[in-house]
Write a protein that binds this ligand. Structure first.
Ligand SMILES: O=C(O)CCC(=O)C(=O)O
Length: 270
């Protein structure tokens, strides 16, 4: 794993709000991640979350049949698959996330398999952090390509620097590809940057960077394994997102999100 970040890469991430790392995984690691994904997906029986069919928030504001064909989305595979747990709890990933976000500790918010099926819809331009149960401008995600992600099958796109100006206002993620530019008109004329990646490469992006993905114009799959990271020390903001009804009942706004069974601390600076 290419887990050592240079000061230039960290500065680039801070400036652009995203960073691509080519050939992040070795061929053996890529094959282990693919096996883990296959096993974890097969054991899920279609549930998006462990023991739960749907997620609150993302997509609820969109036409469901359209959103269901943006990608197959399976969340928190680390909680019910041993291989995925081993992959996701890797301290090296947490250290990279901490260095990029300039934080001292990193917790998993949630992992997520995002599988664009053949002929899948595009992923409309959107932000991530406003969906989550904490509000931190430094929160970020890793996105690892498990197939080549190309212009044809749905590679990611980013609006560089947008994370410096976006807020927690969330136009959602619906059918209208460009809805976000009504909420953030200052980016209407921005240049977007494509991030095609070979399988095994990855990107990190700030959850407030405007990003999206092409439709899958092919008969093949575009599989990605991702993980959203919460800087340690964050508190509950009242948004349910991936939390269960029981968890929400026990939380008050302002409570620390420090339960290692839900949000494991995978890195702490010593
Ligand atoms: O994989 C995609 O199509 C979109 C990914 C994304 O939005 C994310 O990882 O935050």
């Amino acid at each position: 794993m290419k887990n050592n970040l240079s000061t230039e890469q960290i500065a680039q991430y801070q400036r652009d709000g995203f960073l691509v790392i080519e050939d992040f995984l070795t061929p053996d690691e890529l094959s282990f991640w693919r096996d883990a994904l296959e096993e974890a997906v097969a054991n899920r029986n279609g549930n998006k979350l462990p023991g739960r069919a749907e997620v609150y928030g993302k997509g609820d504001d969109a036409d469901k049949s359209y959103y269901d064909n943006v990608f197959t989305q399976l969340i928190n595979l680390w909680q019910d698959n041993g291989k995925m747990r081993w992959i996701m709890l890797d301290e090296r990933l947490g250290k990279m996330a901490a260095e990029l976000s300039q934080t001292d500790g990193i917790r998993i918010w949630h992992d997520q398999a995002l599988i664009k099926q053949p002929w899948a819809n595009p992923t409309s331009w959107h932000l991530d952090t406003p969906y989550w149960s904490f509000s931190d401008r430094r929160a970020l995600s890793i996105w690892v390509a498990l197939d080549d992600a190309t212009y044809e099958n749905g590679c990611l796109f980013f609006v560089p620097g947008s994370h410096l100006q976006t807020t927690f206002d969330n136009p959602g993620i619906g059918k209208n590809m460009g809805a976000i530019f009504t909420t953030y008109p200052q980016f209407k004329n921005s240049r977007s940057v494509a991030a095609p990646m070979k399988a095994g490469s990855c990107s990190f992006h700030n959850g407030l960077t405007i990003h999206g993905a092409h439709a899958n114009m092919t008969a093949g799959y575009r599989r990605a394994m991702t993980c959203a990271y919460m800087p340690d020390g964050n508190t509950y903001n009242g948004i349910q997102n991936i939390l269960s009804d029981d968890q929400v009942r026990q939380l008050n706004i302002g409570d620390l999100l420090n339960d290692d069974t839900i949000n494991p601390l995978i890195y702490k600076r010593r």
